[in-house]
Design a protein around this ligand. Structure first.
Ligand code: GAL
Length: 355
């Protein structure tokens, strides 16, 4: 058997993880392909993320790396992972895809900057016949249908909004007066939206509210702002909401945890008394949000399963790179979607333990 060596890495690319065992993967995770004795196969995966400062994407790619490393032990195959950040530029990301193709990637994973602008990447990949796994930022269906070797790994966007709404419903059912602090029978809320046009922001904004309304509660919107999934921007927006509405805000629906944490920063800085705090709800289940939940600063969040999505991506990437059978959880030959899970103070300990 050939000695394992570090594969060549293109200049400028950050090596996220190397080396994954085809034989082990074939047996354990359905990816990779047993390699005949005496041969070693190299798999090269190019990964481009939309923004290196996004907390959830950081968790997802860390887990992707960890899972690849966990499979290093019994290697007959080396996997090289090249990671780039597009830093918010679709043009840069398109250029990164060209680089990945030039450096011989077998499969490319794209966290696309602009989900409505995938044609350059699709054309490049199809011409080079290199499969693409889009993740977290979902393309419109027609784009994904353009070639058989395009895939999507993500979550069930609509479900996250519903689950967030249900956390509020449960709180209302157990003690409505505690949520409706001014006793007017309406729930005054503000909405912090992730990003214009992002499938998760659209679904979460819509379904969090409609789920609560469908349960018979009446809501009054005091404000709605986009804060781009970002803690500092949300802090800013919440500060403005507090200036405009003082303690009248009873609920904060935040499209993700980072922005929920930003609202908590603003509440602390404004010196809002604990009894006047709104119910703060997030989504993602990041470690910092779980801590905030445990401290009672957040009322709940919804787990966006970074580990499951990373596993799905790795399994699929290995399978398409080696021509092995595709993972069992692939739907319609294209989609892997992980379900969300509700996290409240009642079950937060188990998520903190799991890490
Ligand atoms: C969402 C996640 C956000 C942000 C966004 C980036 O699924 O909840 O926190 O990471 O993806 O596309």
């Amino acid at each position: 058997m050939r000695r394992r060596g570090r594969p060549k890495i293109r200049r400028g690319a950050r090596v996220l993880g190397l080396l994954c065992a085809a034989a082990v993967l074939a047996a354990a995770a359905g990816c990779g392909q047993a390699v005949p004795d005496g041969e070693t196969r190299n798999i090269k995966i190019g990964v481009s993320i939309y923004d290196q400062y996004d907390t959830f994407i950081g968790l997802l790619t860390d887990r992707f790396l960890r899972l690849a490393r966990e499979k290093e032990e019994a290697l007959d195959t080396t996997i090289t992972i090249l990671q780039e950040s597009a830093a918010g530029s679709q043009m840069d990301q398109n250029a990164q895809v060209e680089d990945f193709i030039r450096s011989g990637c077998d499969v490319i994973c794209i966290n696309i900057v602009d989900r409505t602008d995938a044609s350059v990447i699709i054309d490049l990949a199809e011409t080079a016949e290199i499969p693409v796994i889009f993740f977290n930022r979902e393309l419109v269906e027609e784009d994904l249908e353009r070639w058989s070797k395009l895939y999507y790994v993500g979550a069930m966007a609509l479900q996250s909004g519903r689950l967030q709404g249900r956390i509020l419903i449960d709180l209302c059912r157990s003690d409505f007066k505690k949520v409706d602090r001014n006793g007017d029978g309406l729930l005054q809320y503000v909405m912090l939206e992730g990003e214009a046009g992002h499938q998760d922001a659209i679904m979460r904004t819509q379904y969090s509210v409609s789920t609560v309304e469908a349960a018979g509660y009446r809501l009054e919107r005091l404000g709605d702002e986009i804060a781009n999934w970002n803690r500092a921007q949300a802090d800013n927006k919440m500060t403005q909401f507090l200036e405009a509405h003082a303690n009248a805000i009873e609920v904060v629906f935040s499209n993700n945890d980072e922005m929920a944490l930003g609202t908590i920063d603003a509440l602390h800085r404004a010196g809002v008394a604990p009894e006047d705090w709104p119910v703060v709800l997030g989504i993602d289940g990041t470690p910092a949000a779980l801590q905030a939940l445990q401290k009672g600063e957040m009322a709940g969040t919804v787990l966006n399963n970074a580990l499951g999505q990373a596993q799905g991506m790795l399994d699929l990437a290995c399978a398409v790179a080696t021509g092995s059978p595709l993972p069992n959880n692939l739907e319609d030959g294209k989609y892997i979607r992980l379900p969300y899970e509700t996290i409240t103070p009642a079950n937060v300990a188990q998520y903190l333990e799991a890490g």
